[in-house]
Write a protein that binds this ligand. Structure first.
Ligand code: GSH
Length: 351
């Protein structure tokens, strides 16, 4: 057994897998894994349908000109670039926290790229399949500077605005229970009402992912009068997701995300990508599709990563454009730095 080849092992257990799948009524999922999956649907449509929030500047936001921008938006543009050599071959659909999972399950969207935390239950019972994390986040609480509130303990018996259908709502309840702090949750389905209620002074604090607080603070009437408490409430790894049972499609999204990270690691960016196509470095040659056939396994051209970087840039370019020091958010990379620079971003090998 120890020396059995993988293919022989698969042949040996295949009948067993078939029997189990048939008995548990999951044969549909098995079929879709073997046959066509979402990749074919998207290809034949010639356009990607991408679920975003549209309400979180820096992540996904619709400008007054109707144009979408943000890191979550760029992930979708990167997938479109890899598939169609066109970052604009995307239709965006705005989804609030409550709507987002149904939209993936029913196939209304091909991909959910919307500040969504990767959790065990979303990976299992909600029927999602996550691609790699695009932003490592954590939950925070924002209060008015003149409120005297400095910690979670100071929120005893206070009203906290929070959006329903989020890990935010659950984490707040966990943390307050753990610390024995009584509080008044003021829950809304709509993000704009959540923050407007806080802005009107009807909540003492508002809680969300820290990045979302930084983002939404810029939309408050007097942004500088508000501060985010230092206390870290949770880990929120934000990742794109697709519907379960679409192995190839998940691989496409997964390796497009990794291509952003790997390009940064290899020093490839939107400015030098064409020039580096002539590089002698075998790793760069393979990554850009000048050698090997890495795209084939994804049903894409071998230069899919070159298309991504040319049109959208590497992870650093995406981050800087949407959240970096030249933006009003000025968010330091922190955990969202490459592993080689002390962060958590790490791509498996392109080989
Ligand atoms: N990352 C958390 C929270 C995500 C979330 O939906 N946050 C709210 C509060 S800022 C939001 O983005 N709302 C925007 C919307 O509903 O369009 C989760 O996955 O549950």
């Amino acid at each position: 057994m120890k020396f059995m080849r993988k293919s022989a092992l698969i042949l040996a257990i295949a009948p067993l897998i078939f029997t189990i799948a048939a008995c548990s009524g999951e044969s549909d999922q098995t079929t879709s894994n073997q046959g066509s999956d979402r990749t074919d649907t998207v290809k034949s449509r010639g356009q990607l349908i991408c679920g975003v929030s549209g309400e979180i500047p820096g992540f996904s936001f619709v400008g007054t000109d109707g144009k979408y921008s943000g890191i979550d938006v760029d992930v979708c543009r990167a997938v479109a670039a890899a598939m169609f050599d066109d970052p604009n071959a995307v239709e965006f659909r705005n989804l609030n926290a409550k709507e987002r999972f149904t939209a993936v399950q029913t196939g209304e969207v091909d991909i959910l790229s919307r500040n969504t935390t990767w959790t065990l239950s979303r990976d299992t019972s909600v029927g999602l399949e996550f691609a790699p994390v695009v932003f490592y986040d954590g939950q925070g609480i924002m209060v008015r500077k003149n409120s005297g509130i400095k910690s979670l303990a100071d929120l005893k018996d206070k009203a906290i605005c929070v959006q329903t259908g989020t890990t935010t709502e659950q984490n707040l309840a966990d943390q307050m229970r753990k610390r024995g702090i009584n509080y008044k949750p003021v829950v809304f389905e709509d993000v704009n009402i959540t923050f407007a209620t806080y802005a009107e002074g009807r909540c003492d604090g508002v809680t969300a992912d820290r990045s979302a607080l930084v983002s939404r603070r810029t939309t408050l009437p007097k942004a500088e009068d508000n501060m985010i408490l230092d206390e870290a409430i949770s880990s929120e790894p934000l990742a794109p997701a697709v519907a379960k049972g679409n192995t190839t499609w998940n691989n496409v999204v997964t390796w497009v995300v990794y291509s952003l990270v790997k390009a940064e690691e290899l020093g490839i960016n939107s400015q030098n990508v064409d020039q580096l196509a002539n590089s002698n470095d075998p790793e760069i040659k393979r990554f850009l599709g000048k050698e090997g056939n890495l795209g084939e396994g994804l049903g894409l051209t071998n230069d899919f990563a070159a298309k991504v970087i040319k049109h959208v840039g590497n992870y650093a370019e995406v981050y800087d454009r949407n959240l970096g020091s030249k933006t009003k958010f000025n968010l330091v990379r922190g955990q969202n730095q490459l592993w080689s620079k002390g962060g958590l971003l790490y791509s498996p090998p392109f080989r």
